[in-house]
Design a protein around this ligand. Structure first.
Ligand code: MRU
Length: 352
């Protein structure tokens, strides 16, 4: 299953489109949306129909291609139109660096061919978007292989949110580490946090676990520490939305609590993420902008009110786990250990 599929590479004159699975409808309905309208992709990212850091970046890159394809002179100057498109895409979700990373790549391609014909600009942007997508597929595979070497032959693992094919352009990050370990014949049992408030664990990870035939048990978020106390968790593995150069990791709200609990119980705590999630421009966790979500998502579940009217709500979508709680960061390039600033510098130096 691919969460995003580019319908392109067709004869001249053919209108390219993006096909994506509507993640808000899962697990009840598997609905795919096909569009050539970039605003529809922007809205899909905003309402989490497309979600997960790598998938958001790839979708934004394709959205830029579609926006250029639909450019008409009455939108204003070509350059102003491009800036308007990228600014509105940037405003969708502030935490996942992959969004800004992909937009930056698309912008430098745009700037490099700004004086060319629109057809040529469109061609080059499409080429870059497909490259971003293909790279993510390869990064997911590398993470799966590298990460699975850390996994014992028999283990109980705990994961949070959704890091599978739905969240990426390929086969997933932390999720793919588990899949690869199972494929290697390791006996893995997975505990999946439901991941309040939007239930990415219950709705999406359990759906993907079932598809892969993996032994998985759904738990409430607050059961996780109790399982650790009962010695039922051998390691924790989660994804990331942004990793600072010193190893501070922003990920779905609840990740930090898991890391604190794992540390208390002396359980390894792994992060798995592509190198596109590393933000070398920032050092500390306090520099990461944390998205806060609409209060409605907390006072209602699927349209049914679960809290009194007009209550005060605080709903951060992510939290930041400090490096001292992280055993290792598994990337497509290598498995990194603390101190992370030195490990990142070494990784980039040796990959030059
Ligand atoms: O709000 P979401 O569902 O986009 O949050 C997703 C996560 O927190 C994932 O763990 C992260 O993006 C990594 S996905 C490979």
């Amino acid at each position: 299953m691919r969460s995003l599929e580019w319908i392109g590479k067709s004869p001249t004159g053919f209108r390219k489109k993006l096909r994506f699975i509507d993640q808000t409808k899962l697990p009840l309905e598997e609905i795919y949306i096909t569009t050539d309208n970039y605003s529809e992709i922007e809205n899909a990212i905003r309402r989490l129909s497309i979600r997960g850091a790598p998938a958001i970046g790839i979708a934004a890159a394709y959205a830029i291609v579609l926006a250029i394809q639909n450019y008409q002179k009455d939108f204003g100057s070509f350059e102003d139109y491009f800036r308007h498109v990228i600014n509105s895409l940037k405003s969708t979700r502030p935490t996942a660096i992959n969004l800004f990373w992909a937009i930056e790549r698309m912008t430098s391609v745009f700037n490099s061919c700004i004086n060319n014909s629109i057809e040529d600009i469109l061609f080059k942007l499409e080429e870059e978007a497909i490259k971003i997508h293909d790279e993510d597929i390869r990064m997911c595979s590398a993470i799966g292989i590298k990460g699975s070497s850390l996994i014992p032959d028999k283990a109980n693992v705990l994961t949070h949110c959704n890091t599978g094919a739905l969240a990426t352009g390929g086969d997933g990050t932390a999720f793919n580490v588990i899949v690869q370990a199972v494929k290697q014949g390791k006996k893995i049992k997975v505990y999946v946090d439901e991941t309040r408030p939007l239930l990415q664990g219950a709705r999406l990870t359990m759906w993907e676990m079932k598809k892969q035939g993996i032994d998985a048990t759904l738990i409430t978020d607050s059961t996780a520490t109790f399982l650790m106390q009962q010695n039922k968790v051998d390691f924790v593995i989660v994804g990331a939305d942004r990793i600072s150069s010193e190893g501070f990791v922003a990920n779905k709200i609840g990740t930090y609590s898991l890391a604190v609990s794992a540390y208390h119980h002396r359980i390894p705590f792994y992060i798995a993420a592509p190198s596109s999630t590393i933000d070398m421009k920032i050092k500390s966790g306090s520099e990461i902008i944390i998205e806060t979500r609409d209060p409605l998502e907390l006072v209602e579940i699927f349209g049914k009110r679960t809290a009194p009217l007009d209550v005060d709500v605080y709903s951060p979508a992510f939290d930041v786990t400090p490096p001292e709680l992280i055993t290792a960061i598994i990337t497509d390039r290598s498995v990194l250990y603390p101190p992370y600033s030195a490990s990142f510098h070494q990784m980039y130096a040796s990959n030059k």
